[in-house]
Design a binder for this molecule. Structure first.
Ligand code: HEC
Length: 213
């Protein structure tokens, strides 16, 4: 075999390996440049991304602000009773929906999560946070209110609903965390707690009275 043929064959074999070397390198290195894209797919197209500028509009923003007064779907909070605890401009004295046993159970469960840490399981304002603040002698600490004062017992349900929604004085607002239906369920449970701590013999079913005496 002529010598030039052998050298030529070796050379061709070495060149044939080059694509594999390049592919192997591409798999382990990164590049800031967009890869070569002969056929433009939808992942690579001329379009505006969020927060980009667009000289077409006078304010230069590509993303257009919503039309003033736009209301997102499912966010029409028009019902004053359900969402603000008000009826005819006054604090509601009724619930916006009937309170049955599952609602009350839900209220108890939500109360235990959101309110009991401060107000205590029975609503005397002696929750674990209040106990800890007492222990630390926190200056400026305002103890959580007891639900069993005449003042809070006489609050209309709409007022208590509003207290949960927007907070009151030093108590923070829980409206952003608790949906309106759950806030009403909690109000129902607060009412149940108030009744339980202020019960008379009239609240006991007659057939159970003898057991009490
Ligand atoms: C971070 C502690 C904390 C949590 C949690 C908390 N509260 Fe309060 N709450 C307070 C404090 C403190 C006050 C008294 C505010 C004051 O007088 O400055 C108060 C006052 C109240 C009052 C009396 C307001 C009035 O009419 O004068 C009600 C009713 C009440 N809270 C209900 C709730 C309910 C229901 C929840 C659960 C959704 C809740 N709170 C969660 C701290 C808390």
């Amino acid at each position: 075999m002529p010598r030039w043929l052998v050298i030529g064959a070796f050379f061709l074999a070495a060149v044939a390996l080059a694509p594999f070397v390049l592919i192997a390198r591409a798999r382990v290195t990164t590049s800031p440049r967009t890869r070569i894209h002969p056929i433009l797919d939808m992942d690579h197209q001329a379009k505006y991304l969020e927060q980009q500028t667009n000289p077409f509009f006078r304010d230069g923003r590509a993303a257009r602000p919503p039309v003033p007064g736009t209301v997102a779907r499912g966010q029409v909070y028009a019902d004053d009773h359900l969402y603000r605890g008000r009826v005819g401009g006054e604090w509601a004295t009724t619930f916006p929906f009937p309170i049955d046993e599952p609602k009350m159970a839900r209220g108890q469960q939500r109360f235990t999560i959101y309110c009991a840490p401060c107000h205590g399981l029975a609503g005397y304002g002696d929750g674990i946070i209040a106990a800890r603040a007492d222990q630390l002698q926190e200056p400026g600490w305002v103890p959580p209110a007891s639900y069993h004062t005449d003042l809070v017992r006489q609050r209309p349900v709409g007022h208590i609903f509003n207290t949960i929604t927007n907070g009151v004085r030093t108590m923070p607002a829980y409206g952003p965390q608790i949906p309106a239906e759950d806030r009403w369920a909690i109000v129902a449970y607060v009412r149940a707690l108030q009744r339980s701590q202020n019960a008379t013999a009239k609240d006991v079913p007659p057939e159970m009275l003898p057991a009490l005496r």
